[in-house]
Design a protein around this ligand. Structure first.
Ligand SMILES: Nc1ncnc2c1ncn2[C@@H]1O[C@H](COP(=O)(O)OP(=O)(O)O)[C@@H](O)[C@H]1O
Ligand SMILES: [Mg+2]
Length: 457
């Protein structure tokens, strides 16, 4: 895999952006933390210095002269290095005793450099927190070098830098790995799609049950590929079946036309033969028509799907008509609906009417005398369930999927009217309405169950 591709991947850029945000937060936080530490340490050292000043200054209150000078001399002698500062200055700023060579500016508690007598190049700082105040005409200065502050600052700075660097390193490595992983998935998708475009309808993107966006897209693409390959397969079957189904009426039309011409040659009446030709052409027209209708349904835009259709009312009307046709055939058709339920769905009224007609027609056409057809309308959760149950010959389990293919008919002798497009239309219409069709056994007979989303759902 190309490293450039991985680094420009979405996962890596997301992590990189968070890493930059992290560094900004760390710098701001670190700066604030150091400022806080400095402030509180100086306050604490300040208290300390103030107390030392008080203790040393209190020597002056002793009765005997020179006590203060002696105490300062002891302190500056016993403390080595530049850590502790103590000195007494006369009014003219000349040093009386102590280890600070020149009198610092100002009085009270201060932070700043002091001119300490013992200075070494190893000193971490020249900064002191010191207190300068009057003792009689003199000025007593007591200070503490800020070593602790600088040590603490360096320590905190190092800790923040090191942990920041480790966290940053971890983030970037994780980002790199994630990006590499998604890139691998994208490559798999790319390979599958390019194979499909070369005509291989069997390839699928490997699924890993993951939940990332890419995994979901992969699953969706697989569903599309499944649909596409099914469509390609049915289109192939359909073309063959259509050719087959059109061949017979075409052949018969050709024969009756020949017969009509013969009649004309003989000076006889060709009307009957011409009538036969017309019938055959009509059969072909119906096949073309239904087929066109199928593709129109599949291509219909959303604007066509905006009627609010009361499926129960629509079905009740159609059952009324078909019950008469059934009666002529010695069959019975009844309609039942759940009382007080709303059976409205959103969609196209004309398509839905076509769907119901096809199912009622099938039940009557494929049934025989004594057939009992029950049409039901029910609600189940957010769905409207529409079922047509008959006591006819039914459809064997093995054919339950194939009958939905255009032109597929079970009856090999083609003794019943029809062109094998009825159920294909039913399925296309149901799916167009985000629903589905299922076939079940009625022992004996067939139950067709159409599930459609209710308009409120
Ligand atoms: N209610 C039914 N009872 C038994 N068989 C049926 C029923 N409905 C459909 N079929 C079978 O399914 C096939 C396909 O139905 P359909 O697509 O409507 O085509 P057509 O009715 O034009 O033959 C029919 O040829 C028939 O064999
Ligand atoms: Mg039919």
């Amino acid at each position: 895999m190309d490293r450039g591709d991985i680094l420009s991947g979405a996962a890596f850029s997301a992590v990189l952006r968070s890493a930059i945000a992290f560094v900004v937060v760390l710098v701001v936080f670190g700066w604030a933390a150091l400022a806080y530490i400095e402030h509180s340490l100086i306050a604490e050292l300040g208290d300390d210095v103030q107390q030392r000043w008080n203790i040393i200054a209190s020597e002056h209150e002793d009765e005997e002269e020179g006590h203060l000078e002696a105490a300062i001399a002891t302190v500056s002698r016993t403390t080595t290095g530049g850590h502790h500062a103590v000195a007494l200055f006369e009014a003219a700023d000349t040093l009386v005793v102590g280890n600070i060579l020149t009198r610092p500016e100002g009085s009270g508690l201060q932070v700043g450099p002091l001119d300490h007598a013992s200075v070494t190049p190893d000193d971490i700082t020249r900064e002191y927190v010191y207190f300068a105040g009057p003792v009689d005409e003199n000025t007593l200065v007591v200070g503490l070098r800020l070593d602790l502050l600088y040590h603490t600052k360096i320590l905190v700075f190092r800790a923040l830098t090191l942990s920041g660097f480790l966290i940053l390193l971890t983030m970037l490595s994780v980002g790199y790995l994630l990006s590499a992983k998604s890139l691998r998935r994208l490559k798999e998708i790319e390979t599958a799609l390019s194979k499909t475009s070369e005509g291989d309808m069997t390839v699928r993107i490997p699924e890993n049950g993951g939940t990332t966006q890419i995994d979901r897209i992969a699953r969706q693409l697989n569903q599309h590929l499944e649909r596409l390959s099914r469509m390609v397969a049915t289109t192939r079957n359909t073309a063959a079946a259509a050719a087959h189904d059109l061949k017979s009426p075409l052949g018969r039309a050709y024969l009756s036309l020949g017969k009509a011409m013969e009649r004309v040659d003989q000076g006889a009446d060709p009307t009957e033969a011409l009538g036969d030709t017309q019938d055959e052409l009509e059969t072909m027209r119906v096949i073309f028509d239904s087929y066109l209708q199928l593709s129109r349904i599949e291509a219909a835009g959303e604007e066509r799907m905006s009627d609010r259709v009361d499926l129960a009312a629509l079905t009740a009307d159609l059952v009324e008509t078909f019950a008469l046709i059934a009666e002529d055939e010695g069959q019975t058709m009844t309609f039942e609906e759940d009382a007080g339920q709303d059976h409205a769905i959103m969609g196209d009224a004309q398509m839905l009417q076509q769907m119901v007609v096809n199912l009622l027609q099938n039940a009557v056409t494929h049934g025989s005398e004594g057939n009992l057809i029950t049409v039901r309308m029910r609600r189940a959760g957010g769905s409207v369930l529409f079922t047509v149950a008959d006591k006819g010959p039914g459809i064997p389990e093995a054919s339950k999927t194939r009958v939905f293919e255009p032109f597929h008919r079970l009856d090999p002798s083609r003794s019943k009217p029809g062109n094998g497009l009825g159920l294909a239309l039913v399925r296309a219409i149901a799916e167009k309405h985000n629903g589905h069709v299922a076939l079940a056994d009625n022992h004996p007979g067939l139950i067709v169950e159409v599930t459609l989303p209710a308009s409120g759902a």
